[in-house]
Design a protein around this ligand. Structure first.
Ligand code: CA
Ligand code: CA
Length: 329
């Protein structure tokens, strides 16, 4: 099993996340990473504004490595929609769409025909999808709140799928709509189940070599949510590394599945400087050297096993340290 994408949006901003593409709409609409959370403090909110002369929509495309078969889990909350005609849409590639209405969801196949229908209440719902792309032997199965719902077999389109698309539509009467998404996992081989994503923040310096842009401790310059680029740590020395301690995590009634590590970084010259994400639970794992831009990029590394090997445990999470190592050319 490989986790292709995972997000609880707990970094509090989409800025610098290059695998999320936003678009659509004009005027007063917006797409931001705050709003009604399912877990934690943030969700991805799509807002399609009201009283615009023409019907329009907002969308977010979440890109991942192309797959012929993929499993998706997320929580979704279709919120305000006065029109209740067409609120939103979920796409997995171009061939399959799941239309979301306030009380009614329709699954459309490649030709736009309705292949399944579901009546649903408002509020948060857990959705899982299994998709096999194939021109004749495809599969599209949805699970809503743990219950298998639509099960379509047939033409789901040839080729591969490399994005999850979410649309929020202002509807035929040009009223406003909100669509919230949280606790999203996209992976191979099996359904993720009801995954929730919580946040651990740096709360102390462990061993630090980077220079501070301001006084105090290094961790305090990189622990903001949403991040603030007004203060930071920096280095001009190859191999310099910072490690920060994290708050503890209580696994009571929870099973820790994976860790999503974030690092926001840039270079300020045109040289080929890079950064490696470092995670340590007593054993250190150093990620690949990641290219940097001259504007900030929000880098992500997903750890399906703990650095010392094996499944995640409460003790490993409590001992966890995060940081980064500079590659200066
Ligand atoms: Ca969240
Ligand atoms: Ca900062």
């Amino acid at each position: 099993m490989t986790i292709l994408r995972a997000a609880g949006w707990e970094v509090g901003s989409l800025d610098g996340i290059d695998w999320v593409t936003l678009g659509g709409g004009v005027g007063n609409g917006t797409v931001i990473a705050t709003g009604t959370p399912h877990t934690g403090s943030y969700s991805l909110r799509l807002y399609s504004g009201q009283f615009i002369a023409a019907r329009y929509y907002r969308y977010a495309y979440i890109a991942f490595a192309a797959q012929s078969e993929v499993y998706v889990s997320f929580w979704i909350h279709p919120s305000t929609c006065y029109n209740k005609n067409q609120l939103g849409k979920i796409l997995l590639g171009a061939a399959i769409t799941l239309d979301l209405e306030y009380t009614h969801w329709d699954l459309h196949g490649p030709a736009g025909t309705t292949v399944g229908t579901r009546t649903i209440s408002s509020g948060w719902h857990h959705i899982q999808i299994h998709l096999i792309k194939h021109a004749t032997d495809g599969v599209f199965t949805t699970y809503i709140n743990g219950i298998q719902d639509i099960h379509f077999t047939g033409n789901t389109g040839a080729g591969t799928v490399n994005y999850l698309g979410l649309f929020c539509d202002s509807g035929g009467n040009k009223q406003h709509s909100y669509l919230y998404l949280d606790d999203m996992v996209i992976q191979t081989e099996s359904l993720p189940g009801d995954v929730r994503i919580e946040r651990l923040l740096p709360d102390g310096d462990d061993a630090v070599q980077f220079t501070r842009s301001a006084g105090g401790d290094n961790y305090a310059l990189v622990d903001e949510v949403p991040y603030s680029d007004a203060d930071y740590v920096y280095t001009e020395t190859n191999g310099h590394k910072d490690l920060y301690t994290l708050g503890d995590f209580d696994t009571t009634d929870k099973t820790p599945l994976f860790v999503v590590q974030w690092c926001r970084a840039k270079k300020d010259v045109g040289d080929a400087h890079q950064v490696k994400l470092v995670l340590d639970d007593g054993t250190e794992t150093v990620g690949d050297a990641e290219d940097l831009d001259t504007s900030y990029t929000s880098l992500q590394r997903i750890h399906e096993t703990k650095p010392s090997g094996g499944v995640w445990t409460d003790a490993a999470l409590d001992a966890l340290k995060t940081g980064q190592e500079a590659v200066i050319v």
